[in-house]
Design a protein around this ligand. Sequence first.
Ligand code: ASP
Length: 343
Amino acid sequence: MHRRKLLKLGSFGLGALATHKLFATGFSGHAERKPIVLSTWDAGIEANKAAWKILRENGHALDAVEQGVMVTESSQNCCVGLGANPDRDGYVTLDASIMNGNGDCGAVAFLERIKHPISVARRVMEKTPHVFLVGSGAQQFAVEEGFPLEKQVLSSDAQKTYDEWLKEHHYKPQVNIENSKGQQAFAPSKLSNNQWNHDTIGMIALDGHGNLGGSCTTSGMAFKMRGRVGDSPIIGAGLFVDNEAGAAVSTGLGEEVIRTCGTHLVVEFMRQGLSPRDACKNAVSRIIDRYKNTDKIKDIQVGFIALSPKGEYGGFCIHSGFNYAVCYADTYNQLINSEFIYK
Ligand code: ASP
């Protein structure tokens, strides 16, 4: 099972700065860059490579963000694509969304047995008068569009993790195990260090023509209640893109992102003039404010990344542990530790 590892911040040498409540500045890109692509977590490095191939040839952001996250969907990642952890009944169900800077968008949720939900989301956008298809209807549409119906089998890693989870089958939605291995939610108490209970790849890009695009794809929370859908396929929650104001994508506990229309909020903050980094920080603070005077926030992780129409970028999360990959040159594809509120 490949899981993200907390980074050593290699070339940035950040260890010394990590004692501050917030990381010192330096992780948000204030320079204007075009083209550029950003994506969540360390799987973003490989995904960015595929996206960059398109962007460097003056291709379109929408193609880049689709091709980019398809790499992750094809991998045997714990929480993206058909190799992912299943829901609590043992089925892998996938959510995805895609959007361009003109407001065109498409999404699928609770989709089973289809390898590339992101491409089905794009077909929903391009070939139907609708935005969102779910469940058996989304699957039927995918098959009609020529997507093969894959076998309903768990990957061997997912089967192992699921069997272990079944022994205790705790069901408690918390997402902050990047920060504390002691607070595991849907996961068995004895998850090894390299296993996680949630994951998503979200990608946002600005192409050489000045168009923004975004994509988001996930299996959601491991061992989730059957039928549960998170923020990732919901436009304005998991993903929002507007050529005039910017693009944002989220990861973490989807319910909190839905409650705050998280990425729409980030983009609207950018429209009001905030930098991508400050817009993400404000959206994170909005979530935290809901839990003022309680200790619930310790169990909630959410991270946002954002990109301005000029190619400035930034990210912010609630608890330390979230990272994202930024690529804007053949020689620059770098993982960056997000700034955070709580260490
Ligand atoms: N946001 C996703 C969800 O709630 C999970 C994640 O990002 O890891 O489904």
